[in-house]
Design a protein around this ligand. Structure first.
Ligand SMILES: [Zn+2]
Length: 320
């Protein structure tokens, strides 16, 4: 096979020993900060990538005791996906209603708890032309670190200095309770990290009812199970709707193909499975567009019934 290295090597052979490929064309590494903009009725929406976290081996994180590693890997192989470790992407959504700028989930922030590769929401926000100071409201699907910790930087300072915060009472109470510091890992670390970012800003937090309104055109819908106070958001304008699922489904292939399989980070696996099937079934039946928080960027698509579960149909990238 003719490669750049062979071509360069042939040219340099007379002058001396073959140079290593990296010296001739060193790899650059890194990845672009991602943002994706689209219109939803009268709203301008922007998906911001906070990078990715490492979910580790697919089993038993997916499947638990209900499936074998081979069964989980077979689902991935059917979709032509690798079976090593699972990357979970992080897709936060900004909705500009024309009156207010609302951020739905704030990403992981600087924490390395889930491996390197996350914490890019600031870059993505700036690259998309939105100043962090312009964000009026941050509403959370739940209190886990990869959704809530992005409101503070590495020094604990405000990332969104002018924002008010909305979270359900069930999540706000459970994930900031001092008693949570006695829970086993990884729950203890999740509680500790959420306390670190929430408690210094507690006065700016308002309790969100599980079916409450965030602002006009954005409302919460109860989707409990992943956490007890977990909500999804329906964004609706001029007859167009988007269901921001949060962590109802945590992998675009596995969680859809086998919605009844438990997921390792679900607080109540049975309730979470029931919520997952009910939500995906509604999305498939009503043909409503969804946003999967951990799906491949930008995470937008539709859901269809397939086999004993569902399949995700990504929305093609649109320019303008
Ligand atoms: Zn998550």
């Amino acid at each position: 096979m003719l490669t750049r290295r062979l071509v360069l090597g042939a040219g340099l052979a007379a002058a001396g020993p073959l140079l290593p490929a990296r010296a001739a064309a060193p790899f650059r590494g890194g990845q672009n900060a991602g943002w994706y903009r689209f219109r939803l009725g009268a709203f301008e929406c922007t998906v911001l990538s906070d990078g990715a976290l490492d979910l580790g081996p697919p089993h038993p994180t997916f499947g638990g005791t209900a499936a074998t590693a081979a069964e989980v890997e077979a689902v991935l192989r059917d979709a032509r996906l690798p079976t090593g470790t699972l990357p979970g992407q992080i897709n936060c959504l900004v909705v500009n209603t024309g009156r207010e700028i609302v951020l739905l989930d704030a990403g992981l922030g600087p924490s390395a708890l889930f491996g390197p590769g996350a914490g890019t929401i600031g870059q993505a926000l700036a690259a998309s032309g939105i100043a962090a100071a312009e964000v009026d409201v941050v509403a959370f699907t739940h209190a886990h670190g990869d959704h809530a910790w992005g409101i503070a930087d590495a020094q604990g300072r405000d990332v969104f200095p002018n924002a008010r915060f909305l979270m359900t009472g069930a999540d706000l109470d459970f994930w900031t309770a001092e008693s949570g510091l006695s829970l086993p890992e990884p729950l203890r670390s999740l509680v500790a990290g959420t306390r670190d970012v929430v408690l210094p800003r507690r006065a700016r937090f308002t309790t969100l009812a599980p079916n409450g309104e965030v602002v006009s055109g954005i409302r919460a819908v109860p989707t409990p199970g992943h956490t007890l106070g977990h909500v999804s958001f329906v964004v609706e304008s001029q007859g167009q709707a988007l269901l921001v699922m949060g962590d109802v489904a945590n992998h675009s292939v596995i969680a859809l193909a086998r919605p009844d399989w438990p997921f390792g980070f679900d607080a109540d696996p049975a309730l979470a499975s029931q919520t997952r099937r009910r939500t995906l079934d509604m999305a498939a039946t009503d043909r409503v567009q969804v946003l999967g928080y951990h799906f491949p960027f930008p995470g937008l698509g539709h859901v269809e019934n397939r086999g004993q579960g569902f399949a995700f149909l990504p929305t093609p990238w649109r320019w303008g």
